[in-house]
Design a protein around this ligand. Structure first.
Ligand SMILES: Cc1ncc(COP(=O)(O)O)c(C=O)c1O
Length: 485
């Protein structure tokens, strides 16, 4: 008599009989070619109807676990899969031989990828966190609801890889007004964050061995995809005027720059350097990628127009994003491309992910064309200015001239150099501050080698003024207990 445990599965009775038989076969307790009891016998043993057993046998037959011979006997199939091992997922390093050269280069260059939720710190100066306390959520919700209730004819189907046409038109108009960027809507390609723009640029423009100029210190969001593409990085040092154009190599395929607010130092590139960079690009035959990630927030002086506005040779690829002005989870950014690069970038975007999600683009287009975006930018700019002021004031109050503040004129972060902390002692200060609930972040990850001084990068957009003051007070306590005055 075949002993079956029918309590191991849910659902109709025949499914439970089927599951019990399947596990018995897979565990090897019914060997290949072994005869199963007749449906009548098994039904009597299990005290179920014969029909129930017949349905279970039919399912096993359909899946190939049993075979029927001369329509009367049912036996276990001769070839069966090996018994399943219990699976528990733990990421493990793949053997390098199983990976492409691209993946091997990528894994070498990449630090830890965010995934697990981080413990929340009471005063976290992490760069990149958004501030959404004043974001007009109700207006956004209404725009989204209206789009979902009365979808445009093509809203739910496949769409253009270049992006939603009214959003591209709204952007061309906004960029001309706000950034002096001269372009037709057809030069714009919508991407999932600037990150996708950098990745597409690496694929479209770089072959293994090509030279790619990057700033030093640098933005890893760019160096990682460039190196994964096999490019040789030419790291050009930044001084008080940004990228040192006289140190550029004679030839390169691309140069990546952040002229509005060098990342991470916050230096702004003056006109003379911008013109020198464009003249070099023409001589070197290089494309220039201008990452204009945060120019909307400028606190002192007039905003400089984009590098793209000076480009007479169609060499500049302008990259803009909504990650700082709205929020990073939106994942909407855009490229303004020289006309010759539009077809290959559109092809690469199509090959990568077809196109960016239409609904978010539709809502964003309306948010811009109804004036909501610029209204919100003004409010967000005032709020960021107050937070920046609170941070600078608190740093001065607690640390005086023992700290040097840099890059504070634009953006949503600034850099603080600690004059009386040795670079190798910075980790102890960061650890002590963490114990007091303060998140501090070294500038070291943005340097190719250990920076000469101890520096911290402060994001301030997501903290209230009161929290900023309290956080810096605690940082000062941490500095005392970690052995600094
Ligand atoms: C230099 C720089 N570029 C671009 C971005 C924006 O990236 P994304 O648009 O992919 O969110 C950031 C954000 O942290 C940045 O620091």
């Amino acid at each position: 008599m075949l002993l079956l445990n029918l309590r191991g599965a849910d659902g109709p009775l025949y499914r439970r009989v089927y599951h019990a038989l399947k596990s018995t076969i897979r565990a090897g307790r019914l060997a290949p070619d072994a005869r199963l009891p007749s449906t009548r016998e098994l039904a009597a043993d299990l005290r179920v109807s014969r029909n129930t057993v017949m349905l279970a046998y039919e399912q096993l037959l359909a899946e190939g676990y049993v075979v029927t011979r001369d329509r009367a006997t049912t036996s276990v199939a001769s070839a069966l899969p090996a018994p399943a091992k219990p699976v528990s997922f733990r990421p493990q390093p793949a053997p390098p031989a199983a990976l492409s050269a691209y993946a091997r280069r990528l894994m070498r260059g990449l630090g830890p990828v965010p995934g697990r939720p981080r413990p929340r710190l009471r005063y976290d100066f992490r760069y990149g966190e958004p501030s959404i306390d004043e974001f007009p959520r109700e207006i956004w919700r209404r725009l989204l609801a209206a789009r979902t209730r009365r979808p445009a004819r093509d809203a739910f189907g496949y769409a253009s890889p270049a992006g939603y046409a009214p959003l591209r038109a709204a952007l061309a108009d906004y960029l001309k007004r706000a950034r002096g960027v001269v372009c037709e809507p057809d030069q714009i390609v919508i991407t999932n964050g600037s990150q996708q723009g950098f990745d597409l640029a690496a694929r479209v423009l770089l072959d293994p061995g090509d030279v790619a100029v990057v700033e030093e210190p640098h933005y890893p969001g760019v160096t990682i995809p460039f190196e994964a593409a096999g490019a040789r990085l030419a790291r050009v040092a930044v001084d008080g005027d940004g990228l040192q154009t006289r140190r550029l190599p004679p030839r390169a395929r691309v140069a990546y720059v952040t002229p509005c607010h060098q990342f991470p130092t916050g230096v702004i590139m003056p006109l003379e350097r911008r013109l020198a960079l464009l003249a070099w690009a023409a001589r070197a035959g290089a494309w220039v990628i201008e990452d204009d990630y945060v120019s909307e927030f400028r606190y002192e002086g007039h905003p400089l127009e984009a590098l793209q506005s000076l480009d007479r040779e169609s060499r500049v690829i302008y990259v803009g994003t909504f990650s700082k002005t709205l929020f990073p989870a939106l994942r909407v950014a855009y490229l303004v491309l020289p006309p010759a690069l539009v077809p290959p970038f559109i092809a690469a975007k199509w090959a990568t992910d077809r196109f960016s999600a239409t609904l978010a683009q539709e809502v964003l287009a309306e948010f811009i064309t109804t004036g909501q975006f610029e209204r919100y930018l003004r409010r967000a700019g005032n709020r960021n200015a107050a937070r920046r002021g609170a941070l600078i004031g608190a740093l001065r109050q607690h640390f005086g001239d023992r700290v040097e503040i840099a890059g504070e004129n634009t953006g949503v972060h600034l850099v603080v150099w600690l004059n009386d902390v040795r670079p190798r002692d910075l980790a102890a200060l960061i650890a002590r501050a963490r114990e007091l609930g303060v998140g501090l972040y070294s500038v070291a990850p943005f340097h190719a080698s250990q920076p000469p001084r101890a520096g911290l990068l402060f994001g301030y957009a997501s903290l209230t003024e009161a929290d900023i003051r309290a956080g810096i007070r605690r940082m000062a306590e941490a500095a005392v207990t970690a052995g600094y005055r």
